[in-house]
Write a protein that binds this ligand. Structure first.
Ligand code: SAH
Length: 360
């Protein structure tokens, strides 16, 4: 083969039009192709019967359509499903289906591993292996929608799987455009939540995007000293800068920024922390999502008691903040927040070796 074949599943419609045209296929076929791949979940070109035989042959010869392959589909007793997906290069990622919350939700990854190294997160222990392509990010939604019979029904997306979306900015935003496309799954940005540790230049860029997802900030601490310990990027992008961007962030009408706060026993769960958190969020259209730690082997923190979680929540509520406590779903299959780390696999990464050493 003289040139690597272009992956049609990684293209937006305009790119698809140009790619087809360059190989002598008329550009209006781009929409049909997009619909087959991204809306109907069909990747076998022979099944695309509204294209002429000659066009189908050209497309087969010139292009490929790559789709993350489901290599494991574990079901939790609560209905959550954790998918292990294998990518074209053999790397593996995890994506999670969370039913009835009250909507159907897909939790998607944006990177293989993660560079942020948060002290309580298992994915952070892997380090960053590589960014996902836009096709691989959008492909997770395509695969999960097909597997859960949701290709024709609405679902929510949270970018809360493996990786830091603002550390893979271009591909993440392109994936959101692909998912939003009317000839594809037509996912409204209102149904998408991007969760970030708060990379300030990324947030400033996001604030100017025409296609704006809901924003969630992983805050987790109320002083820079504590936050730098738990969320190392805080050294570069401290609390005050993150909150300043949040203050001027163009939040849609009747919408708010979610602040995620992992509760770690005796570390960041004191009444004083709660009062400080309320002060920090003053004047921001916010809601707080408390996440009692999902413990994991190798994570040196503990989950606080329910009593302590409720006390923290009550202090925030008394100060007129909207508070929710995240129910951990799929903990029995290690699908909950911070528990995504690929086990086994064809290539041995340091993290996989470590996971094995930890006896998992
Ligand atoms: N990098 C992004 C996207 C990952 S989202 C971000 O950090 O926001 C994953 C969410 O789960 C984050 O809020 C993260 O802080 C939280 N999380 C990570 N490890 C966790 C654990 N062990 N228990 C509970 N929540 C955890």
């Amino acid at each position: 083969m003289s040139h690597p074949r272009t992956d049609l599943a990684a293209l937006e419609i305009a790119e698809l039009e140009a790619a087809l045209e360059s190989r002598g296929v008329q550009r209006f076929h781009a929409r049909q192709l997009y619909r087959w791949i991204n809306k109907r979940g069909v990747t076998d070109i022979d099944r695309m019967t509204d294209l002429s035989r000659a066009d189908r042959e050209t497309i087969k010869r010139e292009f490929l359509i790559s789709t993350p392959k489901v290599v494991a589909d574990d079901r939790s007793i609560d209905g959550t499903r954790k998918f292990v997906l294998e990518l074209a290069d053999g790397r593996r990622i995890e994506s999670v289906f969370i039913p009835d919350t009250p909507a159907m939700t897909f939790c998607l990854s944006t990177q293989v591993g993660c560079a942020m190294a948060c002290g309580f997160c298992l994915t952070g222990k892997m380090g960053l292996v590589r960014n996902l392509t836009a096709g691989e990010i959008a492909g997770q939604a395509r695969v999960l929608a097909a597997a859960t019979d949701l290709l024709d029904r609405p679902f929510n997306i949270v970018l809360m799987g493996m990786g830091e979306p603002l550390h893979n900015y271009e591909n993440t935003m392109k994936a959101l455009r692909m998912l939003h496309e009317e000839h594809g799954l037509a996912v409204s940005p209102r149904r998408v939540t991007l969760s970030t540790v708060g990379i300030v230049p990324g947030l400033e860029r996001l604030a100017r995007e025409p296609l704006m997802p809901n924003l969630a900030i992983s805050l987790h601490a109320t002083t820079d000293e504590e936050r730098t310990r738990l969320v190392p990027p805080n050294r570069k992008y401290p609390l005050a800068e993150i909150l300043e961007v949040c203050r001027s962030f163009p939040v849609k009408r009747r919408s708010r920024i979610t602040f995620e706060y992992v509760l770690l026993a005796d570390v960041n769960d004191t009444p004083e922390d709660a009062r400080r958190l309320a002060r920090l969020l003053h004047g921001i259209k916010s809601k707080v999502n408390l996440i009692p730690l999902n413990p994991a082997p190798g994570i040196p923190y503990e989950r606080p008691s329910d009593e302590r979680v409720n006390r923290f929540a009550q202090i925030l509520a008394d100060r007129h903040l909207t508070v929710s406590v995240r129910k951990s779903r799929g903990r029995d299959i290690r699908a909950a927040c911070g528990q995504l780390i690929v086990e086994g696999g064809t290539k041995k990464s340091a993290a996989q070796t470590m996971a094995r050493l930890m006896g998992r």
